[in-house]
Structure formats: C-alpha cells, structure tokens
Design a protein around this ligand. Structure first.
Ligand code: COD
Ligand code: ATP
Length: 201
C-alpha cells in the first residue's frame, strides 16, 4: 500500500486538500479524527487523561471537555507532552489499522504532527500544504472564532515552517484561491497514481 503523508501547520488547508483527494476516490486516514476516537468514553486513554488532569476535563455527560484541555495543553508544554504520551500510542495503532484496511490506489495519511514523531514511518511520500503564518492565523480565527493568541500558541507547539518544508517531497502553496489548490493537487494526484502503480499498489 502506497501511503502519502499530508501535513501542514494549523489552518494551512490540510482538510481542504484531503477533501479534494477524497473526491478523487482516495481513502483519507485522518489523525485528528483518530485522536477523537481514542478518547471516547470507555477508552483507556480517557481514564488516563482524567487521572493526569482531573475531573474538570470531563463534561457532565462523561465525554472529554476538549476546549478545557486545549486551554491547558497549549499554554503548558509539559502538560501537552503528557497528553501526547497518553494518546499517541493509541492514535498510531488506529492509523495503522485504517491504512491496512484501505483499498484505494494509494492512501493519504493526514496529520498535523506527521513529521514530529513516528507517524512519518508509516508513509512513503511527504506532501506539505503551506501558507504564510499571517494567512494561517487569519483563516483559523475566521473558522474557529478563537483569539489569535491561541492560534499563535498552537503554531509554537508545531514544527517550524522552514523545517517542515525542508522535509517534504512535495510542497503545495495554498495562499491563493481554492481552485488553484485543486489544480496543483490534481497534478500531484496523477503523480501519486503512477508512483503507487510502480510501488505495486
Ligand atoms: C488538545 C485537544 C483535546 C484539543 O481538541 P480541540 O477539538 O479543541 O482541537 P483540535 O483537536 O481540532 O486541535 C486544534 C489544532 O491544534 C492542532 N493540534 C492538536 N494536537 C496538537 C499537538 N499535540 N501539537 C501540536 N498541534 C496540535 C490540531 O491539528 C489543530 O490544528 C486535542 O487537540 C488533542 O487531544 N490533542 C492531543 C492529540 C494529538 O496530538 N493530536 C494531533 C494528531 S496526532
Ligand atoms: N485556498 C483557500 N482559500 C480560502 N480559504 C481557504 C483555502 N484553503 C482553506 N481555506 C479555509 O481556511 C480554513 C483552514 O483550512 P483547513 O480547515 O483545511 O485547514 P487545516 O490545515 O485542516 O486546519 P487544522 O490544522 O486546524 O485542522 C478553513 O476555513 C478553510 O475553508
């Protein structure tokens, strides 16, 4: 199975990009979605989070209070590392399971932290979606209605732009219109179909 890892900073357009590739019939395995699944009630990671961060990170219905945890971990690096240590092994397992179950010509693994840890070992090719930091902030603030200071804090917790670009096989600039993003992705999609065929599916 040929796997393309797709990454980029917060608000760079990863979802916009994977929406396009999904419409072209490619299976998309999403680390943010997997990270939600592993903290559902009854999952061991949720119990470990409550042990570490206390009851205030739960809502009255027993589900994770994501906003509360987000406020904690993006203003305290040690807390974020602890949360990652709890959730990442389960997220990795879930991603591997979904990749193995995929049967499209190639598979996309989309993750904000593809290059930071071991997820990069699951992919054959790295595609970075990139926009300048001011565009990241403006688009995220407009989408999530959050203060720009929180977006800046999340950007600080992620890999620096230059380093991310340097690790990519392919970089798609996404500060223009969506139609241009789609055009650039279509060209890469054709390349990936060929690479996947050569790879043996
Ligand atoms: C802190 C949590 C509960 C906040 O949830 P919430 O629904 O409010 O935000 P969401 O998950 O959409 O993330 C917000 C933004 O932060 C980015 N982000 C999430 N976790 C991290 C992290 N550990 N480091 C850097 N950026 C991150 C996301 O990509 C997104 O751009 C959640 O992000 C989480 O559980 N993070 C730890 C798991 C993780 O590392 N996930 C990233 C994919 S492996
Ligand atoms: N080319 C574009 N032109 C205008 N708006 C765009 C473009 N690409 C993405 N957007 C918008 O910018 C916002 C951020 O894009 P998207 O949600 O795809 O980013 P992301 O990288 O998945 O973010 P996150 O890391 O937070 O999950 C969304 O509201 C999206 O609709």
């Amino acid at each position: 199975m040929f796997v393309v890892g797709l990454t980029g900073g917060i608000g760079s357009g990863k979802t916009a990009a994977t929406d396009y590739l999904a419409r072209r019939g490619i299976a998309v395995v999403d680390a943010d979605l997997a990270s939600r699944r592993v903290v559902e009630p009854g999952q061991p990671a949720l119990d470990a989070i409550v042990d570490r961060f206390g009851e205030p990170v739960l809502q009255t219905d027993g589900t994770l209070n994501r906003r509360a945890l987000r406020d904690i971990v993006f203003s305290d690096e040690a807390a974020r590392r602890d949360l990652e240590a709890i959730t990442h092994p389960a997220i990795g397992e879930e991603l591997r399971r979904q990749i193995l179950a995929s049967s499209t010509p190639y598979t996309v693994l989309v993750s904000p932290l593809l290059l930071e840890g071991s997820q990069k070992d699951m992919v054959h090719r790295i595609l970075v979606i990139d926009v300048p930091p001011d565009v990241q902030v403006a688009r995220t603030v407009a989408r999530d209605q959050v203060p720009d200071t929180q977006v800046a804090a999340i950007m600080k917790a992620q890999m620096q732009r230059d380093q991310r670009r340097a690790l990519a096989h392919d970089v798609v600039e996404n500060h223009g219109p969506l139609a241009l993003l789609h055009e650039r992705l279509e060209a890469l999609h054709q390349t990936y179909l060929k690479l996947a065929e050569r790879h043996g599916g």
